[in-house]
Design a protein around this ligand. Structure first.
Ligand code: NDP
Length: 359
């Protein structure tokens, strides 16, 4: 692997990675988009977010498809420079962490010690040229993941002369998931990361390195896999994906609609709450983290397009299966501190977290 890290490859990777992030940043400023209010801040104000991720993502997809069709360049360059890109992304993420730490100190953020502050961050909403850097980071993260996925498809096409059913299914699952994310980008505004987490190494590295380079792991197992996928397996994977997607999107959507309008209609009735603060209608009355359950189903469905010859692609959903319970536990600590008895009552009403009657 190290042998592939030649100075030339590093330079090309730096140009590709840097260009990609800069173009997305300029696009985020320049392209039109609906303006949404963020969740109320502790001082009662709200940040305004211009959400144009969908148009940016579709323009990116259209540009790369056009470039591929007219053979301006091949996306295979991304796979050929994978390790160099990974190295560059790490340098970028560590540098950005340092800059954010320095920026937070200068802005007079409350500090808790350099290691803690570098890891967890110093500011919840650092901005550059009016762009919220934490919300922006999902764009290079998820669009980078999309580009890597497409690059694996291009590599397969150039190697085999066609795309396998496994690859088609994987690409369709991921494309729908990423498009849906950008279509409902506003749903992020009430998530824990956006409302509560500071922007430090944990989120920076997660967005700029972990998600694109690790979440595309299936590509390595798919692009050379020519084993046919039986029709009944494909149908089962589509079913698992659709149910998971419905659960994950439905849960997040219900919470978002409730936060924007506490009288929102959920499953045909006005939202029911505990103490006027926590939603207990719809999915939120069945489990406290069914969005995590649905997302896990989605991840397992596309991982299984790789088949079962190797355990390695399964590291991703298995890792999420460990991350989500830990994250749910951390989030519940926060909610217990914030909502007190109301949270206790909510836990009594919605007894389970991710799997009714089990967990
Ligand atoms: P949630 O979207 O569940 O947000 C948690 C917050 O929602 C709580 O802190 C609380 O904040 C509020 N809340 C909790 N319960 C209720 C309730 N009953 N009624 C009203 N508000 C409530 O969790 P995350 O932010 O962790 O996840 C968001 C999405 O991101 C999920 O779909 C998850 O699967 C996905 N995700 C994906 C990851 C991946 O790697 N693929 C990683 C992490 C998350 P408040 O103070 O506003 O009340």
């Amino acid at each position: 692997m190290l042998a592939t890290l030649t100075p030339h490859k590093i330079l090309v990777a730096a140009a590709l990675y840097g260009g990609f992030v800069v173009v997305l940043f300029i696009g985020s400023i320049a392209l039109p988009g609906a303006v949404h209010d963020g969740a109320p801040l502790p001082d009662g104000t709200r940040i305004k977010y211009k959400l144009n991720g969908l148009v940016l993502y579709l323009l990116l997809a259209a540009f790369l498809a056009t470039a591929g069709y007219f053979k301006w360049f091949s996306l295979r360059i991304v796979i050929d420079h994978f390790w160099a890109l990974l190295a560059v992304a790490n340098v970028f993420a560590f540098s950005l962490t340092g800059i954010l730490y320095w920026k937070g100190r200068r802005a007079g953020a409350k500090l808790q010690g350099p290691l803690h502050d570098l890891f967890m961050g110093t500011e919840v909403n650092p901005t550059l040229f009016g762009v919220d850097l934490k919300m922006f980071a999902y764009r290079p993260s998820l669009m980078g993941l999309g580009v890597l996925n497409w690059a694996f498809a291009v590599t397969q096409y150039e190697t085999l002369g066609h795309l396998t059913t496994r690859m088609w299914l994987y690409q369709a699952f991921y494309f729908a998931y990423l498009t849906n994310y950008f279509q409902f980008e506003y749903g992020m505004l009430y998530t824990w990361d956006i409302i509560a987490e500071k922007f430090g190494w944990m989120l920076v590295w997660g967005d700029y390195v972990l998600v694109p380079f690790f979440y595309s792991i299936c590509g390595w197992y798919l692009y050379a896999n020519t084993e046919p996928l039986p029709g009944y397996t494909a149908a089962a994977l589509v079913l698992l994906y659709c149910v998971g997607f419905w659960l994950f999107r439905g849960t997040n959507d219900q919470k978002h609609r409730y936060k924007v309008n506490p009288k929102a209609i959920i499953w045909g009735k006005p939202a029911e709450t505990v103490g006027g603060k926590l939603l207990v209608s719809g999915f939120w009355g069945i489990g406290r983290k069914l969005n995590y359950t649905g997302e896990l189903m989605v991840y397992f469905s596309w991982t299984m397009t790789c088949g079962f010859d190797s355990l390695i692609p399964f590291i991703l959903p298995l890792w999420l299966a460990c991350l989500f319970p830990h994250r749910a536990w951390r989030d519940e600590q926060r909610c217990r501190a914030k909502y007190g008895d109301v949270w206790t009552e909510y836990c009594r009403r919605a007894r389970f977290r991710m799997i009714p009657f089990i967990y």
